[in-house]
Structures are given as C-alpha cells and as structure tokens.
Design a protein around this ligand. Structure first.
Ligand SMILES: [Zn+2]
Length: 333
C-alpha cells in the first residue's frame, strides 16, 4: 500500500497520456501530427520549455466535449489513487480552452462530473482551482473570473484561483485586481512563484495577491529573510521535483534543494505538476526523491503529513484529521 498523500499542484491538462490523446482525437475527428502513440510518446521527451509548451497546448485540441474533460479527470484520479493520493486539489486552465472555442461550462461540467464521483469510484476527495495564464493580460484574467461566477463554490466546484504558465516577465502584481476580486468572492488563492522567477515574486504573491500557498517556490532559498517569513507564517510550498528536472529548474534530482528546505523548517509538499509530461505521478515523485535524495521514512512521512496540513480542508477538519491519522499509522517496508 502506498503512503497516503494529498496532491496540491496538478494541472489536469498535464495528465493527458498519449493513449487517451489518440482516443479523444479519434472520437472528435481531430488529426494529430503523430503517426501513433509511440511517436507521440517520443515527443513527450521534449528538450526545453518551448517544445514542452508547443506540445502541451497543441494536444489540447483533442479536448472538446464534457465527456472529454470527464474522461481526462477520471484517468488522472485512477492513477493518483493507485499511488496513494487520498485528496487532490486540481488546477485547470480555462483560458487555454476558451481561446479555442471550448466554453467554461463545458470544461467545468466535464471535470465536475469526474470529481463528483471520485470519492465513490477512486476513494479520492477533490477540489477544483481555476488558474489564470500569467502571460495573458490582467483583463483576460478578470473576464475569466467573471465567466466562472456560475461555477464557484458552494454552488459549483471551483474553490480557488491560481496563477501559472511562463513566469519571468509576468510578476504577480499584474494580477492584483483579479486576486482582490477573487478574495471578495470567498475564493482561496494560490500562485506559482519562484520557480524560474526570482524570490521577490514569492514575496509579491504573498503581499499583493494574498496567496495562501506558493506553487514551486524553490528559489526562496536565495533569500534567507524570505525563508524565515515562510517558516514563521507556515506558508506551504508545493514542490514538483520531477518537473524541476525536466524544465531545468535544477540540473539533476540529486541537487534538488528539498532536503535543505525541510531542514530549514519550510512546510514543503511533493507533487507532480504535469505528470504525463514530466515522468511521473505523485507516488513516482515521492519514490524519486527518496532514491535520489536519500530521504528517511520520517522525512517522507513529514511530506505526506504536510500535504494534508496544507490542503484546503478547513470545511472538513474531521476528514483532514482522518487523513493525517492514516499517515501517522503508515508502516514503511
Ligand atoms: Zn505548475
């Protein structure tokens, strides 16, 4: 049995495996520029960020209907469950779909259908977080929030907002207004910061956006005062070790700062980001850091405990306590 954990940094569009991409392409009459799943699988061995983004956005063309989004989320939840994920807070990128004529209602209804039955089918509780693309305008983000209003919790599944895509040159402050509006609507707030961007983006995400969790955040280690603040305020960081290697935020996994970050007292979690593209799901990331960084069972238990501590489960503390009890009782073999 795998170690129980929550996944807090997972882009549902990044869970599209080659087999499902081809199945959805056939269903929707979309022609992919690859002969077969094997050739597409090779394209997943991209060399740099741009070739990843080209592939990532190109393949989204196969996602058209509610059923497509439901099948995508179902496939992820089945894989996550098999790797010990008990709770998943799932990101999606509505602007990437709106731009190709797929409406908010289609995306959210499809994802929502899979999320609604997830606990019964996969034993995984879920929440949905809508991300803004930071390389799009602040106005576009505001329009997206407006379009999402019928689907916000408690009526709909969306419990929070996030900020993703190309970081450098798009500081968090650009989105101050839309984060303010999201806060006024009672939404939780997270933001990618300090992955490729500087530590100052992390500070800005906290101060200007009111971010409650920082996605990635590994470059905080360049600023000791910021580390002190993150430790003192118990700000969770959602690290994605295999993603960091594939996108060259670190050269090799053995040099990942995770052990130093845990030693510093940071509230770190381990997640998969875009698992179909980055070489593994949540459990694969745990296995990779255990092997490459020699983390002890107690460190792994700390990471799993942290994932539930950092979850947005304030509406159900009994559930959080139950998950944490599972972590504490887990016996490493
Ligand atoms: Zn991410």
């Amino acid at each position: 049995m795998p170690l129980p954990k929550a996944e807090l940094h997972l882009h549902i569009e990044g869970t599209l495996e080659p087999e499902l991409a081809f199945a959805l392409a056939a269903r929707n009459g979309v022609t992919l520029p690859y002969a077969d799943t094997e050739e597409l699988r090779k394209a997943y061995e991209f060399a740099d960020l741009q070739s990843f983004l080209n592939l990532y956005y190109g393949l989204m063309a196969v996602l058209r209907t509610e059923d497509d989004f439901a099948d995508l989320a179902d496939a992820y939840l089945a894989r996550a469950a098999a790797q010990g994920v008990r709770h998943a807070e799932i990101f999606f990128d509505p602007q990437a779909h709106l731009a190709r004529g797929v409406g908010m209602g289609t995306v959210v209804a499809g994802l929502g259908r899979a999320l609604d039955r997830s606990e019964a089918v996969h034993g995984v509780s879920t929440q949905l977080i809508m991300c803004f693309l930071r390389d799009e305008s602040a106005g576009s983000a505001m329009e997206t929030l407006e379009a999402a209003k019928p689907y916000l919790a408690p009526r709909g599944p969306i419990i929070g907002v996030g900020l993703d895509s190309a970081e450098v040159g798009h500081p968090p402050a650009k989105f101050a207004e839309v984060y303010g509006a999201a806060a006024a609507l009672g939404l939780r707030r997270v933001a990618h910061a300090g992955e490729e961007g500087p530590p100052a983006y992390i500070t800005e995400a906290l101060d200007v956006l009111g971010a409650e969790r920082i996605d990635h955040g590994l470059r905080c280690m360049e600023d000791p005062e910021l580390v002190d603040r993150l430790v003192r305020d118990r700000v969770p960081l959602t690290l994605c070790p295999l993603s960091n290697v594939r996108l060259r935020a670190v050269d090799v996994l053995a040099e990942h700062p995770l052990p130093k970050m845990l030693d510093a007292g940071l509230l770190c979690t381990v997640n998969s980001d875009d698992p179909a593209y980055f070489g593994g799901y949540a459990g694969d990331n745990f296995r990779a850091v255990r092997e490459a960084l020699g983390l002890s069972p107690e460190r792994l238990r700390e990471l799993a405990r942290n994932s539930f501590v950092a979850s947005f489960l304030e509406h159900d503390e009994e559930r959080r306590a139950r998950y944490i009890a599972e972590v504490e009782a887990y016996e490493f073999r």
